[in-house]
Design a binder for this molecule. Structure first.
Ligand SMILES: [Zn+2]
Length: 520
């Protein structure tokens, strides 16, 4: 006998603690999307029933950082180091040995942390989801300070005569990031565009600030943001709905509703364009005369863009920079003022969209000329628009990418999740990011009527937009040694303030941590 068809859930019905709030057919996916709210905690869950065996799950928390101590990043590493039900040191390493997963990773954004997983095998999928849920809600890391020490930072010392040094997985990783000129320039641009907001600090962690991270702050950050009331759950694939809800409800029923106050702040619009100069650590002895990075950036929107504006700006971006033959890209390469084009143009992953572009290996004195090259191209296209053929090619390219949702080995369900989150994460319509046909058609109709969409957008969002920053990041052969000395001074002061017994305590901790790392 065949199994009975499950009853169709009506809007308002409750199953496993979740109330069905909305249910809509998404033509673009040929699937039903069900949006649930967990009654007890307010957790949100988006469930897609679709004939795709590559099942995808994700849990995403808004984790806006207050400073550059790297809390979101350190926590992302730390929750994967054992949990209540899976107390082994590296549950995922254990699990992956036998797993059929097609994707498993975690991402720290400037404003959120995301844990996605995908598998084609149902039992394997359930195992992975369970490990992730236990990891984010019940990590060993909030009880055992050794995890923060190992993943974040700690003092290392093996002999009382030695100086203290900082060690830690994220500390070391970010030291690498902070020595990469492109990463420095990109970060400085973001911080210059969004001063005084959550995007004005580094969610990844500044090595100079990571040692400010205390265990109390770490635990409080987890308690506040890794809470069901701040969680967005995603399910996609051919697995049954009731089990999805039951699996998550098992974890949520221990919690009560809270207000994490995790809204992302917005920047005060600039009255006039700004200039910023920053530095990166260069090797002494190298010829540094043309080793600067120069970019111009704009904050494009102060409210969430409408789906139509979203398309106009994406098309415009592709027209300007999409290929090596695109006019802005080509003008920068041909200008001879630098070696490589920097910045992909539109940055559409954050609450407020921005646009930045520039050149690498420049002379700082060419700053204004480089900006003139960029604004010159923009002014030309604001006046004359783009060739019809280029516009058609752009529309076709973007429409194809939307329809395929195919990003190599990246599971399709994960692409859809990221699309849904683009609005959902900011309390917008969770279905909006999954739908595109109507707004795409609207933009195509505008173009067919020869409306000057792109000319208007260039003027309004770029040329006449005062929320603009030009960032010059210059090489500095003294910065490396200067940073090193500041770190050693700080460590020297710490050591001088410690008693012999306290130093011995750190030596014992170093030994214990090394022993812990060496045991499987
Ligand atoms: Zn990392």
């Amino acid at each position: 006998s065949s199994s009975p068809t499950p009853p169709v859930l009506a809007v308002g019905a409750v199953l496993h603690g979740f109330k069905l709030v909305r249910k809509e057919y998404i033509a673009e996916m040929d699937a039903d999307a069900l949006f649930f709210m967990h009654e007890r905690t307010g957790a949100e869950l988006l469930s897609i029933a679709i004939a795709d065996e590559n099942k995808t799950f994700g849990v995403t928390f808004r984790t806006p950082p207050e400073d550059s101590a790297g809390l979101p990043h350190v926590l992302e590493h730390s929750v994967l180091c054992g949990s209540r039900k899976y107390p082994v040191k590296e549950p995922f390493v254990e699990l992956l040995k036998g797993s059929l997963q097609t994707f498993l990773n975690a991402f720290t954004y400037p404003d959120r942390t995301c844990y996605p997983v995908a598998s084609c095998n149902l039992q394997d999928f359930y195992n992975l989801v369970d490990v992730y849920l236990d990891a984010v809600f019940h990590p060993v890391a909030v009880h055992d300070p050794k995890v923060l020490a190992q993943e974040g930072w700690h003092y290392e010392i093996e002999d009382p005569q030695q100086p203290l040094v900082y060690k830690g997985v994220v500390f070391n990783e970010m030291k690498g990031v902070y020595s990469d000129p492109d990463a420095v320039h990109h970060r400085d641009m973001q911080q210059a565009l969004f001063p005084g907001t959550h995007y004005g600090v580094d969610s990844g962690g500044d090595p100079r600030a990571i040692p400010d991270l205390t265990f109390d702050r770490f635990r409080a950050f987890h308690g506040r943001f890794y809470h069901p009331s701040n969680a967005r759950f995603w399910f996609y694939g051919d697995d049954p709905l009731p089990e999805r809800l039951a699996l998550v409800n098992q974890y949520l029923r221990d919690f009560t509703r809270a207000d994490p106050a995790s809204q992302v702040s917005t920047v005060t619009p600039f009255a006039a364009p700004r200039h910023v100069t920053s530095r990166y650590a260069a090797d002494p002895g190298e010829d540094l005369s043309s080793k600067a990075l120069v970019s111009v950036g704009w904050v494009l929107t102060h409210a969430r863009p409408t789906p139509e504006l979203n398309f106009s700006l994406s098309f415009l971006n592709h027209l300007l920079l999409g290929t090596s033959a695109s006019p802005l890209y080509k003008a920068l390469v041909d200008s001879g003022y630098g070696s490589t084009v920097l910045g992909g143009g539109v940055e559409d992953h954050l609450q407020q969209w921005s646009f930045s572009v520039g050149l690498k290996d420049c002379r700082p004195a060419d700053r204004d000329t480089i900006v003139d090259v960029i604004t010159g191209v923009l002014a030309h296209h604001a006046a004359h628009g783009f060739e019809q053929g280029a516009v058609e090619a752009t529309v076709n390219t973007i429409e194809f990418a939307l329809r395929e949702k195919n990003k190599g080995s990246f599971p399709r369900g994960l692409s859809y999740m990221l699309s849904a989150l683009s609005e959902w994460i900011y309390d917008g319509d969770p279905f909006q990011g999954l739908r595109y046909a109507e707004s795409l058609q609207h933009v195509k109709n505008c173009l067919a009527r020869q409306e000057p969409l792109f000319q208007d957008a260039i003027r309004r969002y770029l040329l006449e937009n005062p929320h603009r920053v030009v960032v010059v990041t210059e090489p500095d052969a003294t910065l490396g040694p200067e940073t090193e000395r500041a770190e050693q001074d700080r460590l020297g002061q710490v050591k001088a303030s410690l008693s012999a017994a306290e130093v011995q305590g750190l030596i014992d901790q170093t030994k214990a941590l090394k022993a812990h790392q060496e045991t499987p």
